[in-house]
Write a new protein. Structure first.
Lengths: 115, 120
């Protein structure tokens, strides 16, 4: 089974802190994603990466950055956390291929509270 | 840009009964994929069922089936013989199809979700 592991399930951070959310996948997938999930808004794409050191902005990249130094690891960075970034963050991965309708695999989510 | 709409924020169904969750989407593309994802409370989001737009036949996975109406841009999920373990948040999602390129067609667009409660 594909495993997408998010290192922290629950975090509480102070406003202005730098926050790192880590995600590791074990299936050699090329594509990795960070989503944010909020009630009534569904999942919104923050950033994605289709290769090492490659990244593309999603729908809501403001206030976030990402890092992908190794294929299996995709980090989401909040440079200066704010209370409106309190949310659940979901990491996901997916392989590439002509059969590209195949499924995307999610981590369990990281609940971040910024106080 | 594609949009996905789930008009039912909450639904409930008696155990062993059938329930249908609705989803509509807007796109100008002819080739794409549609998905239903399930997110149980405090647990990982998992794929329930997938539909390729070029296939006319509705997808089925055990008790889960879809009613895909391409012209109407509708993609509803039917759960038969509902079980307590079906209680979850259900998300409808859209993804463009494509060949070769990794850029621009990787995005999965989600609806806002429907919370399904199963009544024992």
């Amino acid at each position: 089974d594909v495993k997408v592991t998010q290192s922290s399930r629950y975090l509480v951070k102070r406003t202005g802190e730098k926050v790192f959310l880590e995600c590791v996948q074990d299936m050699d997938h090329e594509n990795m994603f960070w989503y944010r999930q909020d009630p009534g808004l569904g999942l919104r794409l923050i950033y994605f990466s289709y290769d090492v050191k490659m990244k593309e902005k999603g729908d809501i990249p403001e206030g976030y950055s990402v890092s992908r130094e190794k294929k299996e690891r995709f980090s989401l960075i909040l440079e200066s956390a704010s209370t409106n970034q309190t949310s659940m963050y979901l990491c996901a991965s997916r392989p590439t291929g002509l059969n590209s309708g195949n499924t995307i695999y999610f981590g369990e989510g990281s609940w971040l509270t910024v106080v | 840009a594609q949009t996905v709409t789930q008009s039912q924020p909450e639904m409930s169904v008696q155990e062993a009964e059938t329930v249908t969750l609705s989803c509509t989407y807007d796109t100008s593309e002819s080739d794409y994929y549609l998905f239903w994802y399930k997110q149980p409370p405090s647990r990982q989001m998992i794929l329930v069922i997938r539909q390729e737009a070029y296939k006319q036949q509705n997808a089925t996975e055990n008790r889960f089936s879809v009613n895909f109406q391409k012209a109407a841009k509708s993609f509803s999920l039917k759960i038969s013989d509902s079980q307590l373990g079906d209680a979850a948040m259900y998300f409808c999602a859209y993804r463009s199809a494509g060949f070769g390129s990794n850029f621009g067609n990787e995005k999965l667009t989600f609806g806002t979700g429907t919370r399904l409660t199963i009544i024992p």
